[in-house]
Design a binder for this molecule. Structure first.
Ligand code: NA7
Length: 553
């Protein structure tokens, strides 16, 4: 009979779930992984839309836990495509023989904590019921696509394609009239590719985004060799980066408004030529100082105006209603230039909202369009969306949905109070999407692994006091930044009815790591272990200094 009881159940077989499984095996613990897809890869399994690519450089968007893996894998471009990332994930799964502990095409529907046995019972859509001491959610931050509630969408007789649920066999748009709704990263990456294939593309834009050029290129052998020859040092540099990535170029250490306009523009120009998201780090205060932020915003707008031939279209493509960075900045390959093509048109949904989708097209407040296909590049119910689809019940019969009715809360973004032995990898209140996800995933997996080793089977839970203190700290950090100004998926603003809270931790990767390390080192203050609670640290900020600085202080 198949085994029914495990040390841990892991939900999700993306980068987080795979490494968690590997880590638990190394600790001698038994684990079962459930995965809704029919193969590994998580976000990179589902997002197969044309042009899908990572916006973190490929040498930095990979596991660091195994040196042989680091050396044997070669990335072919500066920014990896989705198919290449998927090949990498599959390589990892096979290399470490992970698939034998994964149940594919199986969705977890419920997880219930039994207070008497202190174990989780996990149920699936295949009718399975398994139990485990620990339940680890590796469910991803961008894993529940947002299908907008547009009247008539189900009546459309052409093809409807969601970027986050793209058909595995691909879509041939040759000769078609295509609507693309949404201009976030998925729209910005896919529109240029679709426009080269389709007869006509009409882009429906609600909010323009700040976009920097990717300047993608084939991986140079020299760069790869240098990186591989110095991997440990490079990984350390990544961990020192606020966002878990290496700061390339020459970022200034001076405040943005303390230098002359010419100096500032020269630095932005350098970041622009270098390509990628690094331009956001040109000055240390760009995400904190609104005046400084506006100088970068205007620089980006000036580039849009240079690239787009029609001044009216250029103006519509210039973001003006939010600070740069407050919604995730995008990187592109030929996005703005695509609007200079004869077969591409832009519709501003603020001037003419979509009224309905009809059998053959789409009607705005001003016009009717006929289409063969509609692409929904409308994003995700981010960070909490996938957890919300699972009926998770903790102490006293309280569900996670009830607990999070006004917004998600979890101590360190790792454990919600009232849900013993439930861990969230890159959960709300951790750096997650505000960092290189690979770095944050590895950090959480390693922290959880160390914690389980220390527990030796005992039960752990966050205390209400610790969770409150962490949420207050996270809110205070966020309030000092420009992030809350953007109506973004970071805040839940993209999903009608979702509570508005800033869901990620913006204290930076190095500071967050230092806090987590200190908490593990000091015997898990703020947690109750086997019923014995200890108070949370008096001051999280004091823990943020790297250990050597804290010792010297
Ligand atoms: P995003 O960044 O959430 O973008 C979704 C886009 O879809 C955005 O432009 C939205 O406009 C638009 N949208 C959403 N709902 C609607 C409706 N109902 N009508 C019109 N337009 C709509 O998702 P992506 O998939 O592009 O990127 C997600 C992350 O993946 C990205 O940040 C990278 O980290 C990788 P809005 O801005 O809400 O006005």
């Amino acid at each position: 009979m198949a085994q029914k009881d495990f040390d841990a159940i892991i939900v999700g077989a993306g980068f987080a779930g795979l490494y968690m499984l590997h880590k638990l095996r190394g600790l001698g613990l038994t684990a079962r992984v459930f995965e809704a897809g029919d193969d590994v890869g998580g976000t990179w399994y589902w997002n197969r839309y044309p042009g899908a690519r990572c916006d973190v450089e490929s040498m930095e968007y990979s596991y660091s836990f195994d040196e042989e893996l680091e050396q044997e894998w070669s990335w072919s471009e500066r920014y990896a495509t989705q198919p290449e990332i998927l090949r990498y994930v599959q390589h990892v799964a096979e290399r470490f023989d992970l698939k034998r502990d994964i149940a594919f095409s199986t969705r977890v529907t419920a997880a219930t904590f039994d207070e008497a046995s202190e174990r989780w019972t996990v149920e699936t859509d295949r009718g399975e019921r398994l139990t485990a001491r620990y339940c680890i959610m590796a469910t991803g931050c961008l894993s529940t696509p947002n299908r907008p509630d547009i009247p008539g969408l189900d009546e459309f007789e052409g093809g409807v394609y969601q970027t986050g649920l793209w058909p595995h066999e691909g879509v041939d748009f040759t000769g078609q009239r295509v609507a693309v709704i949404g201009t976030g990263s998925s729209g910005i990456q896919s529109i240029p590719v679709i426009a080269r294939e389709a007869a006509q593309v009409t882009v429906f834009q609600r909010t323009p985004n700040y976009v920097a050029p990717a300047h993608n290129h084939p991986m140079s052998a020299e760069y790869e060799q240098d990186f591989k020859g110095n991997y440990r040092q490079r990984r350390r540099e990544m961990l020192q980066g606020y966002f878990g990535a290496i700061a390339h170029g020459h970022p200034s250490s001076a405040p943005s408004m303390s230098v002359s306009d010419e100096q500032r523009r020269a630095l932005y120009e350098e970041g622009w030529q270098q390509g990628g998201l690094g331009i956001l780090g040109s000055f240390p205060d760009l995400l904190f100082d609104r005046a400084g932020n506006e100088t970068l915003a205007e620089f980006v707008r000036s580039k849009v105006r240079e690239k787009v031939a029609d001044p009216e279209v250029a103006e519509l493509l210039c973001p003006k209603d939010h600070p740069v960075g407050s919604k995730r900045m995008c990187i592109d390959t030929g996005y703005f230039e695509t609007f200079n093509r004869d077969n591409v048109a832009l519709v501003d949904l603020n001037a003419e909202p979509i009224e309905r989708i009809s059998v053959h097209g789409l009607k705005t407040a001003r016009r009717e369009f006929a289409f063969d296909s509609i692409v929904l590049a409308t994003g995700f119910d981010a960070i909490t969306g996938t957890l919300a689809k699972i009926a998770i019940t903790g102490r006293g019969g309280r569900t996670l949905a009830q607990k999070w009715a006004d917004g998600p809360e979890a101590y360190l973004g790792l454990m919600p109070e009232g849900f013993p032995n439930l861990f969230l990898i890159t959960g709300p209140g951790s750096p997650s999407v505000l960092s290189n996800m690979m770095v944050s995933i590895e950090q959480h997996v390693e922290w959880i692994g160390d914690c389980l080793a220390a527990l030796g089977g005992r039960t752990i839970e966050a205390t209400p006091e610790a969770e409150r203190a962490w949420v207050e700290h996270g809110n205070a950090v966020a309030a000092a930044t420009v992030y809350p100004d953007g109506k973004s998926w970071y805040t839940g603003a993209n999903i009608p009815g979702k509570p508005r809270t800033f869901m990620a931790y913006i204290g930076g990767v190095p500071g967050y790591r230092a806090i987590c390390q200190a908490i593990a080192r000091d015997g898990y203050p703020g947690f109750a272990i086997a019923g014995r609670a200890s108070p949370p640290p008096a001051d999280f900020v004091a823990l943020m200094a790297p250990p050597h600085e804290a010792e010297a202080a």
